[in-house]
Ligand binder design. Structure first.
Ligand SMILES: NC(=O)c1ccc[n+]([C@@H]2O[C@H](COP(=O)([O-])OP(=O)(O)OC[C@H]3O[C@@H](n4cnc5c(N)ncnc54)[C@H](OP(=O)(O)O)[C@@H]3O)[C@@H](O)[C@H]2O)c1
Length: 280
């Protein structure tokens, strides 16, 4: 698996497996399948409710801990100086691990500065190897970057062909913060798997639309964590290192965003309210 160097010197697989919206009862099998076909990065979160199942799969798989890269995230109600440590320890316990590879502030709300101080302490103690953020838009990320001594290693944001986030990419490249795409397939919405432009490019390379999308992101040095319940699709989604898109393909994919589509707009008041109420 191709890796990418984070700004703290740690390495991370460029492609991993995400477990959002996977029923906790199905998660262990899915993660075991993912590990068996070669995934080494698993992306979960406290709010997904499936950290214990991810932990059980890791244990059952027998894959050496130092081969794995496990990400989890701090939910909004615990993004504070007071709550962050206990929330982290709970995640660590559920995952059955001695350390987390990457711990993210899940959303740009509540006291991210206070929580970050705690995360820096956890990093010093070796309980987490890398720390980062998620859903931080360029303005918030830049402020956060310049006003913290320890810089976020990564920012996980919604990014797919309908929402390519070239502006986010530029900010993160300038700051040296690794970008990670969530919903690379737009969660299958907006008829993405029937998009004509993607279909033609896929046909040209004898690959699937899913593979073209992942390749398009990876060639921009954006890391990816596609989710699927199907072992066959896991295999398909990881098989993207044997072809390359040419500049014309990349340009054509950029035109898809002429019709933008967003799953979660953090600048929308109703969305913010919805997210803030989720843990209640
Ligand atoms: N930080 C955040 O706020 C945030 C938010 C959302 C997600 N995430 C993370 O990002 C990960 C990925 O995003 P996501 O799960 O929202 O959506 P996604 O990966 O864009 O899309 C998943 C959808 O695509 C389908 N799919 C997967 N591979 C396919 C293939 N090869 N061919 C056809 N369909 C395919 C899946 O169906 P099947 O399962 O039926 O195959 C599922 O419906 C999450 O699991 C989570 O870890 C983070």
């Amino acid at each position: 698996m191709q890796t990418i160097a984070l700004n703290d010197g740690n390495k991370m697989p460029i492609l991993g497996y995400g477990v959002f919206q996977i029923d906790p009862k199905e998660t262990q099998k899915c993660v075991e399948d993912a590990l068996s076909v070669g995934y080494r990065l698993i992306d979960t979160a406290a709010i997904y409710g499936n950290e214990s199942a991810v932990g059980a799969a890791i244990k059952a798989s027998g894959v050496a801990r130092n081969e794995l890269f496990i990400t989890t995230k701090l939910w909004i109600n615990n993004i504070s100086r007071n709550n962050a440590k206990a929330a982290f320890m709970e995640s660590l316990k559920k995952l059955g691990l001695e350390y987390i590879d990457l711990y993210l502030i899940h959303q740009p709300f509540n006291d991210s500065y206070g929580a970050w101080e705690v995360m820096c302490e956890l990093k010093k103690e070796g309980l987490v190897k890398s720390i980062g953020v998620s859903n931080f838009y360029p303005d918030k990320l830049t402020d956060f970057y310049f006003n913290n001594e320890v810089k976020p290693a990564l920012n996980q944001v919604e990014c797919h062909p309908f929402l390519p986030r070239f502006d986010f990419e530029e900010t993160m490249k300038n700051l040296g913060v690794t970008m990670q795409s969530w919903a690379s397939f737009a969660e299958g919405k907006n008829d993405i798997f029937n998009n004509e432009i993607l279909k033609n490019i896929a046909k040209k390379h004898n690959k699937s639309i899913a593979q073209v999308i992942l390749r398009w992101l990876i060639q921009r040095e954006i890391t990816v964590i596609p989710k699927t319940l199907s072992k066959e699709r896991m295999q398909e989604n990881i098989s993207v290192f044997d072809f390359a898109l040419d500049p014309k393909d990349m340009e054509q994919i950029a035109t898809i965003s002429q019709n933008p589509f967003i799953i979660c707009n953090h600048r929308d008041v109703k969305t913010a309210e919805f997210l803030l109420n989720l843990a209640k």
